[in-house]
Write a protein of this length. Structure first.
Length: 105
């Protein structure tokens, strides 16, 4: 459903309105360098089955689980939350690069 190449393409961000059954709403974004730029659509995600541990490294693990998703109206609260995190992060990155490489940006 999403595809990125070197951080550019489409990607799901956000997890909102999680319920007791484990379903939640996520939003599909157009991303450039993993930075969400434009929301495309929101989806209600339904986890299927228990999932399976793919690997464990130290205290981190990755699990795979089947998912089913249905399109829902764009969730504007989630869109604003993603922007509220992404914009300061991009600003901080720009500031750090500007300080490290003066005159470059």
């Amino acid at each position: 459903m999403t595809s990125t190449l070197n951080g550019t393409g489409t990607h799901f961000y956000g997890d909102r309105e999680r319920d007791i059954g484990g379903t939640y709403i996520t939003t599909k974004w157009i991303v450039v360098l993993w930075v969400p730029l434009l929301p495309l659509s929101s989806w209600r995600v339904y986890p299927m089955g228990e999932g399976q541990v793919d690997y464990i490294i130290g205290e981190s693990s990755r699990t795979s689980q089947g998912l089913q998703a249905n399109r829902v109206p764009l969730n504007w609260k989630q869109v604003l939350n993603v922007y509220a995190v992404a914009l300061p992060a991009v600003g901080l990155a720009w500031f750090a690069l500007h300080r490290l490489f003066p005159g470059w940006l």
